[in-house]
Design a protein. Structure first.
Length: 366
């Protein structure tokens, strides 16, 4: 974390981090613009994943310690979460103690309480609470009653019997509401499920998507290919500026969300396919023929096979969205003989951490 630094210094450091990675790892001379930041960089998260620990007073909710899968630090306040999220944590702690439940211990697989996931629609006011336990305890509607004064949109109880500490659920029981919440991003209203991916900073995701739209420079006649499209939010954001959008994602649940989000927003010129983006050639040659490709890969960056496919396809324009400066630098180097690299725009999606997003447009040479 970098909460001890002034926010202006944090923004400058993030731009410098990207600049140094591109220079030293990529061996490229690329302009990096000043980082776009938040006016008020506190209490910005729309999702918190709390973990249960066990203390003298019973189970408590906190945050998993770095590089640990079982040590949980109890917290009274988190300045990145909203007050409503912290209230939810306190309510669920009280419920867990009154129900006589104990925190899960990975070493000996005792206890039942694993996580509490709180998601908040910052633009809609929606609130989702998802209690994750082992299947040794049955879902109880008393949880919904215990948090009723928070007026949650939906309350869920998920079972996870895996060994690891991944916040997932093998079976999800909806105790109240629909099981989903909604969030507005620009002109879109997105449906968010308990395990749907959505950027954790609703305010800055609008800045990020506007930056992507600016770099894409669409005129209304283009076919846009959205790789690693997730729940479709980037492609849907661009759809009204494009002739058509095709999103590709390997996670079936995310593709279902993307299709639902397209229908929710009455967008008819976007379609979404469940497939591995590394098989790009079988998906695009003679079929999609994109004018613009938007790529938002995981932290590892682009798979070597996908890099080769992008070089061979040589679409007129790429827009690369990165959350890892080192991977960005490596991939830009691999594409630099086919594409001219534009200015890199950092966007501070994660104030008071070292993480930074960046957006850069690449235009085909010749």
């Amino acid at each position: 974390a970098s909460q001890n630094l002034s926010y202006d210094r944090q923004l400058a450091n993030k731009a410098q981090q990207i600049r140094e990675a591109i220079e030293h790892i990529g061996g490229l001379d690329v302009e990096v613009l000043p980082t776009l930041g938040m006016p008020e960089p506190w209490h910005y998260r729309n999702k918190m994943e709390f973990a249960f620990g066990e203390g003298d007073g019973g189970p408590y909710l906190g945050l998993m310690e770095r590089a640990s899968y079982e040590r949980v630090t109890e917290i009274e306040q988190c300045f990145l979460a909203t007050p409503r999220m912290m209230q939810a944590a306190r309510h669920v702690e009280t419920f867990a103690r009154s129900a006589g439940l104990y925190a899960y211990r990975p070493r000996d697989r005792t206890g039942t309480l694993r996580h509490l996931v709180v998601r908040e629609g910052r633009r809609t006011g929606d609130l989702m609470l998802n209690l994750v336990t082992t299947s040794a305890v049955n879902p109880s509607t008393t949880l919904a009653s215990a948090v009723a004064d928070l007026a949650p949109t939906t309350v869920l109880w998920s079972h996870n019997d895996t060994w690891g500490s991944v916040v997932r659920g093998d079976r999800v029981t909806v105790l109240s509401g629909s099981g989903n919440i909604s969030e507005r991003i620009g002109h879109l209203t997105l449906i968010v499920g308990p395990f749907s991916f959505l950027q954790t900073n609703s305010e800055m995701v609008e800045v990020l998507y506007a930056t992507i739209a600016g770099q894409a420079a669409l005129t209304g006649s283009e076919t846009v290919l959205d790789l690693y499209c997730g729940v479709g939010s980037i492609g849907l954001y661009l759809a009204r500026q494009a002739r058509r959008v095709v999103g590709i994602e390997s996670v079936a649940e995310a593709i279902n969300d993307a299709r639902q989000n397209a229908e929710q927003n009455n967008i008819t010129n976007a379609r979404f396919e469940c497939a591995a983006v590394e098989d790009l050639s079988t998906l695009t040659y003679g079929a999609i023929n994109p004018d613009v490709i938007v790529i938002d890969p995981p932290r590892a960056g682009l798979h070597p096979r996908l890099l080769a496919e992008l070089r061979a396809l040589a679409a007129p324009r790429l827009v690369y969205v990165s959350c890892n400066p080192a991977a960005l630098a490596r991939d830009l180097k691999a594409l630099s003989d086919v594409y001219r690299i534009g200015r890199v725009q950092p966007v501070d999606m994660f104030p008071h951490t070292w993480h930074v997003e960046s957006v850069v447009a690449l235009t085909k040479r010749g």
